[in-house]
Design a protein around this ligand. Structure first.
Ligand code: SF4
Ligand code: SF4
Length: 135
């Protein structure tokens, strides 16, 4: 009998009705390379949002709009001693780079901007636009 390994092929050769094996070794539950567990949403991202904490007003628009729940929130105490949610970053394992968060961010200079995937976040923050750039 053909094993899942023998059945491996390329996308252009897949016949209608074919099945991609989930397991290399079903008995021992060893996942095949086609198994979606081996992929992250982020694997197809070419641009990423970078978050600028200094400009953020914690309106949470990005948090409610993100389709993949990427925003990391921490509970902090505000000046009046009340508990408040504060955005502290982005989970890049979940982010697919759709840019919705950047679109909804309302600060005069965006607190989120898209940058190439390969760019270091520190470098992106150095390139952030200023008020003068808007004139
Ligand atoms: S780019 Fe899209 S998926 Fe990524 S954090 Fe923004 S809204 Fe979420
Ligand atoms: S939408 Fe912009 S200002 Fe509002 S919480 Fe997100 S990053 Fe901060």
């Amino acid at each position: 009998m053909a094993t899942p390994k023998d059945m491996m092929t390329t996308w252009d050769k897949i016949q209608p009705g074919a099945v991609l094996p989930s397991f290399e070794d079903p008995e021992h539950k060893v996942r095949s390379k086609f198994n979606s567990f081996n992929y992250k949403v982020a694997d197809w991202r070419v641009e990423k949002p970078v978050f600028n904490r200094d400009l953020c007003i914690d309106c949470d628009f990005c948090w409610v709009s993100c389709p993949d729940s990427c925003f990391i929130v921490e509970e902090v105490e505000n000046k009046r001693g009340k508990k408040q949610a504060k955005i502290v970053g982005i989970n890049y394992n979940l982010c697919k780079g759709c840019g919705v968060c950047v679109d909804v961010c309302p600060t005069p200079i965006k607190s989120l901007l898209m940058f190439p995937e390969f760019m270091d976040n520190e470098e992106a923050l150095k390139q952030w636009p200023t008020k003068d750039d808007k004139k």
